[in-house]
Design a protein around this ligand. Structure first.
Ligand SMILES: [Zn+2]
Length: 291
């Protein structure tokens, strides 16, 4: 079955997930397209993602960044994070009226976080699951759709997401900007939002090597406060571990993170020539619900 067919099948099973980005009406599947009642039509790409963004937005991310992130994700850099999140999802989701647990990754990039978390939830949840990834970066979404055809992928703008209201049981927002008003609209009444932000020692070895003397004092208070203002029943978990860095992973690490993009060449070269054997991953996971 072509990748395109997988997506058509998923869309036919789960109608009304997407909204028209022009008139905001529901979109319906018509052959290999989504169509709204006003005739706005959006074709599935040959890789199986749907492009629901009116302008082709440029982003600062390119293919090499997504490839680097994918490589390190698949090598397990974020595995303890995925496990922590999947465990919380399974624990917090109430067995309600839903027939499918819908997990939206808002800012999915190349898709590996969603793929891994969705897969772990599916193994442990009592209900069927569906993962939907959305991102403005077309290169990331195309990469995701080529690799993970059992999930739905969409190029769309989180400022005004082309998604139906109150559809999602879980909204993931991992190391990516949030739009809490939109998350409220999209979330089921008993759904949860899971936001992941870097904590004090995230990629510490890299930060110290590239930015020693230039580091601003670390403070997550404002971000956490904003989350608390929008959601209820907040849980905060810190996920901190070290990852053994293999020599072949040093360049991908530098390509993956904005921390390295603006650093001085001499410091980058020194880091690459004398890489650490391990790297610290330190993240805060915030979970909240609408009521
Ligand atoms: Zn329309």
């Amino acid at each position: 079955m072509s990748k395109n067919n997988y997506a058509v099948n998923l869309l036919s099973q789960h109608t009304h997930i997407f909204n028209c980005p022009v008139c905001h009406c529901e979109l319906f599947v018509d052959k290999r397209s989504l169509v709204c009642p006003h005739g706005h039509r959006f074709d599935l790409s040959k890789h199986g993602y749907i492009h629901l963004c009116l302008q082709a937005a440029g982003t600062k991310y390119d293919k090499s960044m997504f490839a680097a992130r994918r490589m390190l994700s698949q090598a397990g850099l974020f595995e303890p994070l995925a496990e922590a999140i999947a465990t919380r999802i399974v624990k917090r989701l109430e067995p309600g009226e839903h027939d499918t647990i819908k997990i939206l990754d808002a800012g999915c990039g190349e898709g590996s976080h969603l793929e891994r978390i969705h897969s772990l939830v599916r193994q442990n949840a009592a209900l069927p699951t569906l993962g939907i990834g959305i991102d403005l970066a077309k290169e990331g979404v195309a990469f995701a759709a080529r690799s993970y055809k059992e999930l739905l992928w969409c190029v769309g703008d989180l400022a005004n997401p082309p998604l139906a209201s109150q559809q999602f049981n879980v909204i993931l927002n991992i190391l990516s900007p949030a739009n809490y008003n939109a998350f409220h609209r999209l979330l089921c009444e008993d759904g949860i939002v899971i936001k992941v932000i870097p904590d004090r020692y995230y990629l510490r070895e890299l930060r110290e090597a590239l930015w020693e003397g230039h580091q601003r004092s670390f403070n997550n208070d404002r971000t956490m406060q904003l989350f608390r203002e929008h959601f209820e029943h907040i849980e905060v978990h810190r996920v901190r571990y070290t990852y053994l860095l293999e020599p072949g992973q040093v360049q991908p690490l530098l390509a993956m993170t904005p921390l390295a993009w603006r650093a001085e060449d001499s410091k980058l070269n020194h880091f690459a020539a004398h890489p650490p054997t391990k790297i610290t991953v330190d993240l805060t996971v915030m979970i909240g619900s609408k009521r």
